[in-house]
Design a protein around this ligand. Sequence first.
Ligand code: GDP
Ligand code: MG
Length: 305
Amino acid sequence: MNNADVCILIPTLNEAATIGQLIKDFRQEGFSNILVIDGNSKDGTGQIAEAEGAKVVMQTGKGKGQAIIQAFGLIENPYVVMADGDGTYLAREIHSLLKPILEGRADHVIGNRLDNYSPGAFTKLNLVGNHLINMFFDIAYEVELKDILSGYRAFTLESVRELELNKTGFEIETEISVECVLKKQRVEEVPITYLPRSKKSTTKLNPVKDGFRIGSTIYGLAKMNNPMFYFGIIGSIFILAGLFTGTFVVVEWLDGITHTLLSVLTSLLIIFGLQMFIFGILSDFILTLHRQTLQLIKEMNKQRK
Ligand SMILES: Nc1nc2c(ncn2[C@@H]2O[C@H](COP(=O)(O)OP(=O)(O)O)[C@@H](O)[C@H]2O)c(=O)[nH]1
Ligand SMILES: [Mg+2]
């Protein structure tokens, strides 16, 4: 591989404190094809990046996701590496990200921050949130990924081209991970270092608001991959509620008090909950059939070629 075959994509929003050094570091590693997609920074990020020799494109909309989607459409190089502009990732670790791709083992590589992060790189809330989100993701998509929210990732161009992305905000990493799993890409994780953000700049991520959005993205997109999980969660909530009111009704009844309306409500809750499970089973069935059909079409197409 020629280093010019790699495009390094850096989304930035007010990262003047770190962007210059980051571009220098990537150049030092031998990569000079650097695309900065900037969210109209007010602190001169774009000018610094340009002065360091990066190609700077202003994003047309808002949010990290919109920036990434726009930039993906511009890249023609066979390999893409995505990195945040806040100096939390090390340019020299690019080689370990590219390795599985260059050796033909992976289509997409995620830099896993959670095994080797510096003190202070994650707040307690972020760390717990990350673990919960990864656990939730792994159950929903039946995979074993450790750090789906990482901002340091490598792709082949085919992998990028295959992704159907719509999320404009910080849900973009989640959506990328979901799409790679749905498109049956070979995804590998490699451990990377994660440094604290420079004190001179601030994070744009709101742990509660964005964490909630990321959780709902995982859940919402799971409908198409693991419907039993999707409907099962709704069903379980209703059945639990039914068991709760039901226990109350029975205990009171043993004391000689009858709650007619609450009994009706209990039955409705449990019937609705069970029905969700039936939806789940049926959807699973439809999805399996759909996958078999797709597989067949793929094989037929292959035979024709
Ligand atoms: N172009 C662009 N970049 C953004 C936007 N929001 C965040 N970024 C960049 O995305 C990267 C990750 O954001 P950051 O605030 O560090 O989030 P965190 O690493 O998840 O805490 C940084 O390089 C930000 O400058 C945006 O709206 N537009
Ligand atoms: Mg960051």
